[in-house]
Ligand binder design. Structure first.
Ligand SMILES: [Zn+2]
Length: 725
């Protein structure tokens, strides 16, 4: 059931058409769509209606009711009066071939809505059923859409061509009495069908998944173009139905059955346009005018990297379509009316001389499958090929492309964007209004070109231009609060050009940044003139990096928030690490392995962390300081002898089994709490003292996103830091 998304789609199409002033009737259906009315509720009287729709399972007979000039079948739903009654059942006998339609529309209403959990539409075929379900989501009349691919099989149906019954059931929702009304049931057959391998036959085939994905890719492109379509598989090909189809797309079928091949061949002979991709029986390729098909693997990676199209032959085509194919089915035009419309090019832009796409009056052939990637050009390619195969789809496709082009951000139409601009930019001198006006002009031009029936080629550049203007208008109208930080996190502490913070700051400022977070110190290393930490090679080579950074950034209006990697000794000099380890200040895992991290419970380490960050605040006019690695490395740390001693002393406990009692034993939660406290103490001391040194300084931290589990895993209770201010 896809009623929700389909209704949304219909809504946007309607909005657009209302906007364009095109007749609504024209979009009610795709060109070439056929509707078969299965139930229109046109009975002479109630008795006749009751004879047509037979109730069972304790269901009351239908009633014929009039509602604002429309006639409906009413179904009583006594869910409160009959607490054990699960659903209503009404059956009608029919004799229908429904193998053509790809979609069914059921117009209903339910009062009250909550009486019904969902409704089911069944088609009976011999000893089995096709069944699909949908939900009534709001009061009043509404159309539910059921795609054929939504129907599940119950028992053993004979096939869609032998439908002998229709059943409609409303299933219990809440325990309230209600009623449902049925207004119409229509089968819809679209001009376009996508054909893929049947899951029942090919589900275990290793290529099935790829075929399915490619099928879905085509389906999404059609959705983008605003085109409805039928979804087919080749479980039981119906040659007659296939031959009545306007367009059949075969995105990828690794092994079409002989029956399906025969049905497609008949369809092509009778005028159906077929778009074959990659592997296809030679017979079908021949009918399209494609010959000498043979598999060709790439000779080097990037040999088949791009398709360049011939817009002389088909002006609607995009210039190019990128996709990295590793093999192709090389083929040539075999009839005078078949032409190569696209050629393969290598990644370095050289012609391979191998055709990528061939078009004839009977269809098209693409030499590989459409891969994930260049969606925009794929969409344009498909639009052009569809228009070539079925020109009557043209205006609908252009409407689809236009509708897509005007969808910007959260807004779906030009009108919506105009309203939004009015709200946020009452000043019409703002450049966003200029962009919007230009977009409107392009839109009008495309629309007029269409409505005058001139059918000019789809001007893709114009559509792209339209889109670019609208995006410009949308983005430049975004409110820009002055507190917004657009920050650059610099890990080297040297900027983008070592030794030249001036250039980095200038370029960042020109690019719209207003904040820099340079990593100037680690647990055992400083890129500035530290009196506490070892000075780095970068400091020796380029001089005091904080000093240079702050001076340059402030010249260019950028804030500087100096970033420290806490506790982590990764790039500290060996001598410093050895010195810390000798003093018992480094961490140990629970198995007693040494870690190159300072132990957060050691008072000298806490003081070192605090003093180094305060040194930065004291010596330089920084706008903020930024903690990173302000935590333990993981749940295995720290279990050094010092931790045991300090834990016992501070918590007033005695650990009998070290470290088991603290890892998973009775003291675990106390130990975790104590671990958190060691980290929080550093954060708390730095932020308190830094604010004494420079009131208004900003304090930030890079933290784990998986709160609250990071409280236990790494001792990082950052929500409590925020709450404490
Ligand atoms: Zn420790």
């Amino acid at each position: 059931m896809q009623s929700v998304s389909h209704q949304r789609k219909t809504m946007s199409a309607l909005t657009l058409v209302a906007l364009l002033g095109w007749p609504v009737a024209a979009i009610a259906q795709t060109a070439g769509t056929q509707e078969i009315v299965l139930e229109r509720v046109s009975y002479a009287n109630e008795t006749e209606a009751q004879q047509a729709w037979r109730p069972s399972d304790r269901t009351a007979p239908v009633r014929l009711v009039h509602e604002n000039g429309r006639v409906a079948l009413e179904v009583a739903l006594p869910f409160a009066s009959q607490p054990d009654w699960p659903r209503s059942v009404h059956d009608r006998q029919v004799s229908l071939d429904l193998s053509g339609p790809g979609e069914f529309l059921l117009e209903v209403s339910v009062e009250p809505v909550e009486a019904v959990g969902y409704l089911s539409l069944y088609f009976r075929s011999g000893e089995g059923w096709y069944a699909a379900s949908g939900s009534v989501t709001r009061p009043g009349r509404q159309v539910l859409r059921f795609r054929k691919s939504d129907f599940r099989i119950e028992e053993h149906p004979r096939g869609w061509e032998h439908i002998d019954g229709i059943r409609i059931s409303f299933w219990r929702g809440r325990n309230v009495d209600g009623r449902a009304r049925i207004y119409r049931l229509v089968a819809v057959r679209h001009a376009i069908a996508i054909l893929g391998p049947a899951a029942a036959i090919y589900g275990r085939d290793p290529e099935y998944r790829v075929a399915r994905e490619t099928f879905q890719r085509f389906a999404r492109l059609l959705d983008d173009l605003g085109l409805a379509y039928d979804e087919w598989d080749d479980a039981s090909p119906n040659a007659q139905v296939w031959a009545e189809q306007k367009v059949i797309l075969v995105p990828y079928h690794p092994r079409l059955s002989p029956e399906a091949t025969k049905a497609l061949a008949l369809a092509i002979r009778q005028g159906t346009r077929v778009f074959l991709n990659y592997q296809a029986p030679a017979e079908l390729l021949g009918l399209l005018g494609v010959g000498k098909a043979r598999w060709v693997g790439q000779q080097f990676p990037g040999q088949f990297a791009e398709v360049r199209f011939d817009r002389q032959i088909l002006p609607d085509l995009p210039e190019t379509m990128r996709q990295s194919s590793w093999n192709i089915i090389e083929a040539e035009p075999a009839t005078a009316d078949a032409h190569v419309i696209g050629w393969w090019y290598t990644a370095s832009g050289e012609a391979t001389g191998k055709p990528a796409m061939i078009l004839s009056p009977r269809g098209a052939f693409f030499s590989h499958i459409l891969l994930e990637g260049d969606t925009e050009n794929q969409r344009s390619m498909l639009a052009a090929v569809l228009i070539a195969m079925a020109p009557e789809l043209r205006s609908q496709i252009i409407r689809g492309l236009l509708a897509r082009a005007v969808r910007v951000g959260h807004l779906t139409t030009l009108d919506e964007l105009g309203e939004w601009l009015k709200t946020y930019l009452p000043d019409h001198a703002h450049p966003a209004w200029q962009s919007f006006a230009e977009a409107e002009q392009i839109f009008q031009a495309v629309r007029e070109g269409e409505s005058e029936g001139k059918a000019p080629p789809i001007n893709l550049r114009e559509l792209q231009q339209l889109r670019r203007k609208l995006v410009e208008a949308y983005l430049s109208a975004q409110p820009s609060p002055h507190v917004e930080g657009r920050a650059y996190w610099n890990h080297s502490g040297l900027g983008a050009y070592p030794g030249d913070w001036e250039r980095t700051a200038k370029e960042l400022s020109e690019a719209g940044f207003n904040m820099v977070l340079p990593n100037m110190l680690w647990a055992g290393l400083a890129h500035y003139a530290s009196d506490i930490l070892p000075r780095s090679e970068a400091f020796q080579k380029y001089g005091d990096q904080i000093e240079q950074c702050v001076a340059a950034c402030h010249r260019h209006g950028l804030e500087v928030h100096v970033w420290k990697v806490n506790f982590n000794l990764t790039n500290a000099p060996r001598s410093f690490i050895d010195q810390m380890r000798a003093a018992g200040r480094t961490q140990m895992t629970r198995r007693g392995e040494p870690s190159n991290w300072l132990c957060p419970s050691h008072p000298d380490n806490q003081r070192l962390e605090v003093d180094t960050m305060l040194e930065v605040v004291r010596k330089y006019p920084v706008d903020g300081i930024h903690f990173d690695y302000i935590r333990y490395p993981g749940p295995d740390n720290c279990f050094c002898p010092g931790c045991r001693q300090r834990f016992e002393k501070e918590m007033g406990v005695k650990v009998s089994q070290w470290p088991e009692d603290c890892v998973s034993g009775p003291l675990r939660s106390q130990y975790l709490e104590w671990r958190r406290r060691n980290i929080t103490r550093v954060v708390e001391a730095v932020s308190r003292e830094a604010r004494q040194i420079r009131p208004g300084i900003e304090i930030s931290a890079a933290v784990f996103p998986d709160y609250p589990s990071c409280r236990d895993s790494v001792g990082q209770d950052w929500v409590s830091w925020v709450q404490a201010g």
